[in-house]
Design a protein around this ligand. Structure first.
Ligand code: GCU
Length: 416
């Protein structure tokens, strides 16, 4: 176990100072992903799987994202709507309500599903949360408001406008490439505000004894993705060996954490996930631990606060989270104008996870040089940086599906 450090109060001014100057990145030493807490060095897959991986996973539970409590939540799935001729006849669309019950309470979440109609056998499936509700993805009136939005009293509220996130979800393109997509609004699982806990799925499980390592929103969002996967793997059209989890920004953080815990996700994709996601904390470039824990006190477990302004004291860093995806496929993407998410820190983190891939004889990121814009690296670990802002674009999707095509081609024999 790690030694606990006292929680230090960070002056507000220091929390707001943001460094965008590479020359001001502090000197730091990245913890060696293959060196165990007792100082021994991992040299085999077996040692990684038996010793170092569980030790690191435990570190992320206790120090950053919090433990998922043991306990039972009943989960039921109900098909509410189906259209076999959606997206100009290219896809079957389903809306499936999930009801989570436990602790005398229940929470509802609504999945929106698109499956390509033209398919030979089972298809690979992207699982990914949307930010602004299922209704934000396409204009169609039959798309029900996600339960989080159904609760809104003012029906004129601009957040209820349909299709306002369509550019992030090129549905026809995804379908045309032979992939199914299952999405859900992340707010259904844990409303994204500091008082969201009691309305979230965390209220359905008993609280863990230690309040410092109690899970909050990121832990809950990751857990929710696995409940989506539970449903997907039972569908006759889904290839359960070809599940992909993709998340943008705060959902990129949650996707990486979900992938670390749930090995059914064969490809894990982080889009602009930044601080607390793919980016190295110790670089203190862009968003820092102090800023994120101050702005979003409901995302991480409380233990993470102790590293605010003390990143040098972190006994781990985010490359070790990425290493937990090994030997599965991992892809990290950055955007050229997204300094807040520290593009270089995201790249170096993917690079820093690569020694674990090497243990498996797999090629991760082998260069120290960040690639130029639109020059994706597609080894077992992938990386690209594209021009533009913090967002998800068709270019990102194109790279993700190219990467998945490559990943699943080599596995097609075992895939059905
Ligand atoms: C904020 C936050 C980031 C997060 C982003 C998002 O910018 O500081 O950590 O990734 O929101 O989710 O869009």
């Amino acid at each position: 176990m790690l030694a606990w450090m006292a929680i230090v109060a960070i002056p507000v001014a220091a929390q707001r100072e943001v460094n965008y100057d590479e020359s001001k990145v502090p000197q730091y030493v990245l913890p060696d992903v293959l060196t165990c807490q007792d100082g021994s060095v991992v040299t085999t897959k077996k040692q990684w799987e038996k010793k170092r991986r569980p030790e690191l996973l435990n570190t992320f539970y206790s120090q950053e994202y919090g433990f998922t409590p043991k306990g039972k939540v009943d989960v039921s799935y109900e098909l509410l709507q189906e259209d076999r001729q959606a997206l100009d006849g290219t896809a079957t669309q389903q809306q499936v309500m999930i009801t989570f019950s436990g602790n005398g309470k229940s929470v509802k979440a609504l999945m929106l599903v698109f499956v390509p109609n033209q398919r030979k056998g089972r298809v690979p499936v992207f699982i990914g949360y949307n930010f602004r509700g299922n209704h934000s993805m396409l204009p169609n009136e039959e798309i029900l408001y996600s339960p989080y939005f159904q609760r809104m009293k003012n029906r004129e509220d601009p957040v209820l406008v349909r299709n306002n996130q369509a550019s992030r979800w090129p549905l026809k393109y995804i379908i045309s490439r032979g992939y199914a997509l299952v999405t859900m609004c992340y707010q259904d699982i844990f409303p994204d505000n500091k008082d969201g806990g009691p309305e979230s799925i965390t209220a359905l499980l008993p609280e863990t004894e230690d309040a410092q390592s109690r899970w909050q929103a990121l832990g809950a969002w990751a857990w929710g993705s696995s409940r989506i996967a539970d449903w997907v793997v039972k569908q006759p059209w889904a290839n359960k060996k070809q599940l992909v989890i993709m998340g943008h920004s705060r959902q990129g953080k949650a996707a990486l954490w979900a992938g670390a815990q749930d090995k059914r996700f064969r490809v894990v994709i982080s889009n602009d996930s930044g601080c607390g996601g793919a980016a190295l904390s110790k670089r203190c470039f862009g968003e820092t631990v102090a800023i994120i824990t101050n702005s979003f006190p409901h995302w991480f477990c409380k233990n993470f606060n102790q590293y605010a302004g003390r990143e040098d004291a972190l006994p781990f860093d985010q490359h070790e989270l990425l290493a937990l995806e090994a030997p599965r496929y991992l892809y990290v993407a950055s955007a050229g104008e997204d300094d807040w998410a520290d593009q270089k820190g995201e790249f170096l983190s993917a690079r820093g996870a690569s020694p674990v891939y090497r243990l498996y004889g797999l090629e991760g990121i082998t260069t120290d040089q960040m690639p130029d814009l639109h020059q994706p690296i597609m080894n077992h670990v992938g990386y690209h940086i594209r021009a533009g802002k913090h967002d998800v674009t068709q270019y990102d999707w194109q790279c993700y599906m190219d990467f998945c095509d490559k990943a699943f081609k080599s596995r097609s024999r075992e895939s059905h």
